[in-house]
Design a protein around this ligand. Sequence first.
Ligand code: IPM
Ligand code: MG
Length: 381
Amino acid sequence: MEHLKQFEAIIKQQLERVERIKKQDDFIDYGSLDTIIIGVVGGDGIGPAITNQAKRILEFLLKDDVDSGKVEFRVIEGCTIEKRAEVGKAIPDDVLEELKKCHVILKGPTTTPRKGDPWPNVESANVAMRKELDLFANMRPVKVPEEGIDWTFFRENTEDLYALGSQGINVTEDLALDFKVITTQGTRRIAKAAFDYAKKNGKKKVTVVTKANVVKTTDGKFLDVCKEVAKDYPEIEMDDWYIDIMTAKLIDEKRRKDFQVLVLPNLYGDILTDEAAEFQGGVGTAGSANIGKRYAMFEAIHGSAPRMVDEGRDIYADPSSVIRAGAMMLSHLGYQEEADKLFKALEICSQTEKKLVMTGRSTGATSEDYSNYIMGTIDKL
Ligand code: IPM
Ligand code: MG
């Protein structure tokens, strides 16, 4: 049967992926590079406008290293929905080639076509980038200090229902199959990332979230491998929860303070991090770090707001989320002092001082003025 052949090909492809992970080097050491290349991908809609503001701020903070050539910014054009639709690819080949020459990437929102959109059904550019550059750890922090919330999510970013999300099989008109992929190696590396982070940041607990009581084989493996990895970190407590009760516990004011670092497969991570971000003001306020051993990509996790562009309001788009992604990038690259300044300035400008307010229209500040405000605030720190 044709479908059995397809299934065979899928298994072969995934076994090859396992072998690739096994052969992977350790994390890149940015300190050993002559030049750190930062790619800037504007994306769609308001993306180019806000990403450009984030770039200005990063250039301002890294001025000395940009001048000395230690850091180079490269704007990568062409990762737009128009171009992606035209070539029928999630990421056009020339864009991917340019991305691979960088070390880290700052990315604005890219449109993911939905059923009913005028665009062909190309795969999401984020998902493709995560897979192509093997950005396996999606780290999403959520903080609401006044409520005692300080969570860091480690969402596995390359496996689970996403790995073969565009390769499901319509066996007959009535039978559709998708595939959930969990590997020992893929789980081990995300679990290690979560525990290492906990250890480095003085966290006492890592919570593993699955549905291993029902999805026994794949989620069962994820949980087992996490338990194995936990043995190497005796000073850190591990507990495990099922995704259904976990989503409930995040809104339990008494219990939710107990969670610190959470590690979970891709789809549960996708859902739970949206819920979590809502406590801090919505997904628009969150940044997301996609980290692999060779590459890392930092992105805003809101949409591209094409309507704002159509109405000529993109100059009023709030750049906070992609600027926050930039701060995460600085921290990842080892520019901790600069990252701390930027996080602090974001907090002052958006929460405590609020001298300028963004409304998304001419009643509020432009993204350029807002970015100037952030840089002015940094100068005063
Ligand atoms: C996210 C987004 C993406 C995902 C979409 C746009 C494909 O929801 O980054 O969380 O599902 O991962
Ligand atoms: Mg999501």
